[in-house]
Ligand binder design. Structure first.
Ligand code: NI
Length: 176
């Protein structure tokens, strides 16, 4: 297993449309495990392949509470089959937008079809935090970030802040 580097916004690689995985090969299974390791280390509850520079329709998610133990989902080519009409607001963050949070409104429950690590087609009915997380990660596959769901004013504020942090880091690196 290997920890991967997470791309931080603003970055054009986060805005790409990912391509289908197709068959889950041993390489893809390895990538799923590496993504999970990277996600747990961050720590986070979801990670999409475009965030580590691989434009593939691949996500990993684990929204289990601490006392429940780990409950990872490895999802290739996830597809939302159904979403509830009922929506819920949730304060979202993202490993590609460190220390930034905003309230996003999404369907409370979804049904998702995907291919798992053994290349079997699975369906998951998720609600609450797991549903929010799955929707957030699937958004990444079309280059959509959680800030794309909030006002342009707030989005630009967050992206400008991140850009500033990036510039400061680049200057520090140049000084060293
Ligand atoms: Ni994210």
């Amino acid at each position: 297993m290997a920890k991967l580097e997470i791309i931080v916004a603003p970055d054009p690689r986060l805005k790409l449309k990912a391509r289908p995985v197709g068959t889950v090969t041993p390489d893809i299974r390895q990538l799923m495990d590496d993504m999970l390791e990277t996600m747990y280390a961050a720590p986070g509850i979801g990670l999409a392949a475009p965030q580590i520079g691989r434009p593939l329709r691949l996500i990993v998610v684990d929204a289990a509470k601490k006392d429940e133990g780990r409950k990872p989902y490895r999802m290739a080519d996830p597809e939302i089959l159904w979403a509830s009409e009922e929506v819920i607001p949730y304060e979202e963050g993202c490993l590609s937008l460190p220390e930034q949070f905003a309230e996003v409104v999404r369907p409370r429950a979804v049904r998702v079809r995907y291919r798992d690590e053994d290349n079997s087609v699975k369906e998951l009915e998720a609600e609450g935090l797991l549903a929010v997380c799955v929707q957030h990660e699937i958004d990444h596959l079309t280059g959509t970030l959680f800030v794309d769901h909030i006002s342009a004013l707030r989005r630009n504020m967050i992206l400008r802040k991140l850009q500033k942090v990036k510039k400061a880091k680049a200057l520090d690196a140049a000084d060293a």
